[in-house]
Design a protein around this ligand. Sequence first.
Ligand SMILES: Cc1cc2nc3c(=O)[nH]c(=O)nc-3n(C[C@H](O)[C@H](O)[C@H](O)COP(=O)(O)OP(=O)(O)OC[C@H]3O[C@@H](n4cnc5c(N)ncnc54)[C@H](O)[C@@H]3O)c2cc1C
Length: 427
Amino acid sequence: MSDTASDSLPDAPVDADVIIAGAGMAGATLGLALASAGLTAILVDPAPFDAQLAPTFDGRSSAIAYASFRQWKALGAGEELEPHAQRIEQILVTDGTSPGAAASRPGSAFLRFDSAEIGDVSGGEPLGYMLENRRIRAGLARTVEVTPGLTVLAPAKVASLQVTPAAALVTLADGRVLKAPLVVGAEGKASVIRQQAGIGVVGWPYGQSGVVATVELERDHEGVAHEYFLPGGPFAILPLTGQRASLVWTEKTAQAEALRGARPEIVHAHMQRRFGEFLGAPKVVGPVFVYPLALALAEQMSAPRVAILGDAAHGVHPIAGQGLNLGLKDAAALAQVLVEALRLGEDIGAEAVLERYAAWRRFDNTMLAAATDVFTRLFSNDIAPLRAARGLGLAVVNQIAPARRFFMREAGGGVGDLPRLLRGEAL
Ligand SMILES: Cc1cc2nc3c(=O)[nH]c(=O)nc-3n(C[C@H](O)[C@H](O)[C@H](O)COP(=O)(O)OP(=O)(O)OC[C@H]3O[C@@H](n4cnc5c(N)ncnc54)[C@H](O)[C@@H]3O)c2cc1C
C-alpha cells in the first residue's frame, strides 16, 4: 500500500484487484463474492468492524428475499446467519383498519401470500427471511475476517478519487493512497466515490421518516408478516426469531424525531394510540430508530474504473422491503461480470466491462424505484377513491393464484436473468 499519491503514480504495483469503499452489507457481500472466485479486494469503512456489531449501530431488521439468502449461503456466511434468520411463511396485507387479513372472516381489501403456494419453484424455501441488520453485519464481518484475499481497513474513510488510464487511485482521509484497476462505491447514500466520479442523482425526499422498534410479543407470530395500509401510512409487523417482531411505520419527519430516544413507555403509549388493535400488548425492547426517507437514483451505475452499488446507486422507500435486496443483486451481478471478464483476459476496470454490469442492473433498479414511489403515494393517504381502487386491486390479486405466485416470486428475487450466486451456485 502506498503512503502518498505521488509514489502511486505511475508505476507502483496495484494493492488489490478491487477497492471497495464501504464495508456495509452490500460492500461486504461483494467482497465475499469476489474472493470466492480468487480476486483480491480491500474493504474500507470508517466504522470499526466491532462498532458495527453493537445493537445501537443499526436498529433495523431486513426482509431478505430467498434468492439473496441463497447467495450468502453460497458465499459461506450461511452458518453465521441461519441461527438469526426467521422464516417468513406468510405475508398478510390489509388495506384500512378492519377487519384485517388476519381475521377469520376478513373484509374484501386484503391479500394473503403463502410460501406453500410457490414451494414447487422455491424448493421449499420460505417467502423470505427476517434478520436484524446487526446480525447480518456481524455474520458478514466474521465471514470476511476468515476469507483469504480480503483486507479490511477500518476505521478508514475514503476521501477522494483519481482515475488514470491504467488505475483508480483512492485517497483515504488519513492520506494513504490505494491503487487498483477498479474501485467500487458501496458507501451508502452519501457515496464519495459516486460524487468524485461525477455521477449525478435524481430523486426527492418523502418528508417522512421510517420509525423502527423491536418488540417482544405475547404470542408466537408463526412466521407471519403483516403489512397494514392505515390512513396515517403503512405499518409493518415483521417476525423475528425469539418471539419478537420488528415494527416499521412512517411518520412525518418532525413527529418521528420526537420519538427518537424516547423512553420505551412513551414509545409504547404512542404505538397503542396509533395502532392499538393490531398489536396486543407488545413490550418495546431497545431504542427507537428513525430513518429519513427519500428516493435517490444514480444517473449511471458506472464510470471509467468505477462501479457503484447498493444505496450508493439507489435509495428506495422501505415500503416493499427491497432496498438491500437490490444491493445484494448488484453485488452478485457485478462479481459475475468481473469474474467472466478476467477469464476472457479483459481489464476489469474497462468501460465496456462495467457497462455490462450497468446494463444488467439498470432496468431492475429503475423499475423497483419507480414502483415503490408509486406504491408509497398510492398507499400513504386516505383519499376515498384511491382507497377504493387499491382495495379492489388487493382483492383482485388475492383471487388470482397466478398473480399471487408472480408477486411472491418477484419479492423472493427468483425471477428474471438471475446471476449465478442468486441461484445458489458458485461463480
Ligand atoms: C426503515 C427502513 C427499513 C428497511 N427495511 C428493508 C428491508 O426489509 N429489506 C431490504 O432489502 N431493505 C430494507 N431497507 C433498505 C436497506 O436498509 C438499505 O438498502 C441497506 O442498508 C443499504 O446497504 P448498503 O450496504 O448499500 O449501504 P449502508 O448500509 O448505508 O452501508 C454503507 C457503509 O459505507 C460506510 N461508509 C460511509 N462513508 C464512507 C466513506 N467515506 N468511505 C468508506 N466507507 C464509508 C458506512 O460506514 C457503512 O458501513 C430499509 C431501509 C429503511 C430506512
